[in-house]
Design a protein. Structure first.
Lengths: 238, 238
DNA sequence: ACCTGAACACCGTTCAAGT
DNA sequence: ACCTGAACACCGTTCAAGT
């Protein structure tokens, strides 16, 4: 019985080929038949490894999210810097795979690497002294900003050409807004400005929190010197 | 020649039927054949009014963007309040049509109503004294945050069920994160927290700007008392 | 000018059949 | 256990033909 000769396919090889295909030719190129062809295999073979195409896409997305650097959350970096470094790493990972961003931005973040990511952010913020409910919200809003920026910046396709529409009706919008070259610069600037504004706004809240904490003694606010002991318990307070 | 009997179809009727179909049955239900059926017409008929399905989707999206309230930008409301009211109105419009958000978030914002929207925000900020380049970035980052939030909140589909994945590997994430009921509350909280943080962060920058302006005389910073005269000229400085 | 039926080149997915 | 070919029920879009 020479049965255990190695299978032609496995999830890892399929995901890798799918990501390469999407990166090189866009999301529309990823059909089951085309992907199977890239793997020198017949279309339905893929269904031995993934139940549906959506499940395959989920795996591709999770692989990309796995590229996001999370090390800044465990090296004792102060939370604002950690959040900034992480947001930029997140954006860079999405910029490297622009065509998958629409799938990623939409999909519920319950794949393994998405959960690792959410967990790392949450842990860092709670460690720093943020209440658990706030930490949850901050993690979410940061992801929303990064993915929203990435969608508009990378996935939007190239504006076909200037002069596509009449400028007459938009008194404040100038020619520059329609130039593709400038669009990338605006997007990068918008991301950086938004990121810094967000961090400043959060820092302001953190100061108020610390002051309230010091005045009110131990309310529901966990001080920033709390040890690990309290936070690995399970509930998130959100 | 009884030619001018009114046509069965027109763009307006098609767009309205498409939006209704998407709202009621989701984006996947919007096929050309299905939509044509709703309009009691044959599939290819639609191509007499839209060159492609994408062009039709663009029109649907622009209709939704047209629902966003922009009146706060022309009533002399201070820019932070105007921006806050607008962001909430924007979010509400997307919440009313959750299934179209993925298309909207991705599509380049060069349809008429998207341009009207961008123009209104830009005009308000420049009027308030923001430099044109900054005004452009702020408009963009606000859109990114609103659409990013909306995508994750409304378009993400319902998390199938709790217990889909093992909790063991995510020490900080508790059961609450997996409950659909709590997800909506977290999303709303994340949006509001992010919006306020963003506005605070921008207000901080505006203060610094004003101070620099008063110190440095008239640099490239247009004072907040500038009249309309200067800004309808066309170029945006971005 | 606008609508139709037929057709083209695709899809995702199922399933019996092979090994 | 894993791969195949054939098939099913769809797609978006084109096009000659009708009025």
């Amino acid at each position: 019985m020479p049965r255990p000769r190695t299978p032609l396919l496995n999830r890892e090889r399929i995901v890798a080929a799918a990501l390469r295909l999407v990166d090189e030719e866009g999301l529309a190129a990823l059909s089951t038949r085309r992907l199977a062809g890239e793997l020198s295999v017949s279309g339905p073979s893929l269904y031995n490894h993934f139940a549906t195409k959506d499940e395959l896409l989920d795996a591709v997305v999770d692989g990309v999210i796995g590229e996001v650097d999370l090390s800044m959350f465990t090296t004792g970096t102060p939370w604002p810097e950690a959040l900034r470094d992480w947001a930029r790493s997140y954006r860079a990972a999405l910029a490297a795979h622009p065509h998958i961003v629409p799938v990623l931005a939409q999909g519920p973040g319950r794949r393994p690497n998405a959960l690792r990511l959410a967990d790392a952010v949450f842990g860092c913020l709670v460690e720093a002294g943020w209440p658990r409910g706030q930490a949850t919200r901050i993690g979410a809003l940061m992801r929303y900003f990064v993915t929203g920026s990435a969608l508009a910046s990378f996935a939007a396709g190239f504006p076909e050409d200037a002069g596509l529409y009449d400028a007459a009706d938009y008194p404040h919008l100038g020619e520059a807004h329609r130039l593709a070259e400038h669009r990338a610069a605006v997007d990068e600037g918008a991301f950086e400005t938004g990121l810094e504004a967000l961090l400043d706004g959060l820092a302001l809240r953190f100061e108020r929190l610390e002051q309230a904490g010091h005045r009110g003694g131990q309310g529901d606010h966990q001080g920033s010197r709390t040890t690990n002991a309290g936070r690995a318990a399970g509930s998130t307070g959100s």
